[in-house]
Design a protein around this ligand. Sequence first.
Ligand code: SF4
Ligand code: SF4
Length: 207
Amino acid sequence: MRYLVTGVRWLFFAVFVVLLATGKLMLWFGLYAVSLVAALFFGRIYCGYVCPMNTLMIPAEWISKKLKLETESTPKWLKKGELPWLFLVLSVAAMLFFKKRLGVNLPILPIWLVIAVLVTLRYKPLVFHNLVCPFGALQRIVGRFALFAKKVDPKACIGCKRCEEVCPSGAIAVVGDEKKAVINTALCHQCTNCQEVCPKDVIHFAK
Ligand code: SF4
Ligand code: SF4
């Protein structure tokens, strides 16, 4: 499963590179718009499988750990949680400005790609996913209403926390007196990380 997911991610990344090389990157925003509709049914699959930032953040996190660059802490000014919305407004405003005044398309996606990698070289992936990414902000709003999403069977969960350790977005947490894992669908990328490590196979895609 892991190889299939990785293959899908790099396939979409190749599409992204082709669009970038041919000057048709604006088409990617059409794909993003479709993904917002899809999020109503299947959650944030764009973040988990399609997003080029997420695809590059995975090797960036690996490098960060190898070089011991990653820190557990999060800067206080990032913790407020409003920055993704500010970045979204600034990104749209900058794109409009460049198009109207200078007649060129601002390469906003490659710019965010570089930011995503740089942030991930220092902080845990959830910092960029939850506290920085402007594209994730919209996905979060829509994703919370997903008709189908990853769920934990609380009866079978043993509260071992293995899922917590591998979740890229801090979406799953063992909580309560009974120590059962619960998934926050708004944050969940619908990836397979938690399923792959769960010793009881209690995480499934469900209504
Ligand atoms: S890995 Fe599985 S059993 Fe362990 S806490 Fe997570 S959901 Fe529960
Ligand atoms: S909760 Fe599981 S499926 Fe959702 S983002 Fe975390 S690891 Fe991926």
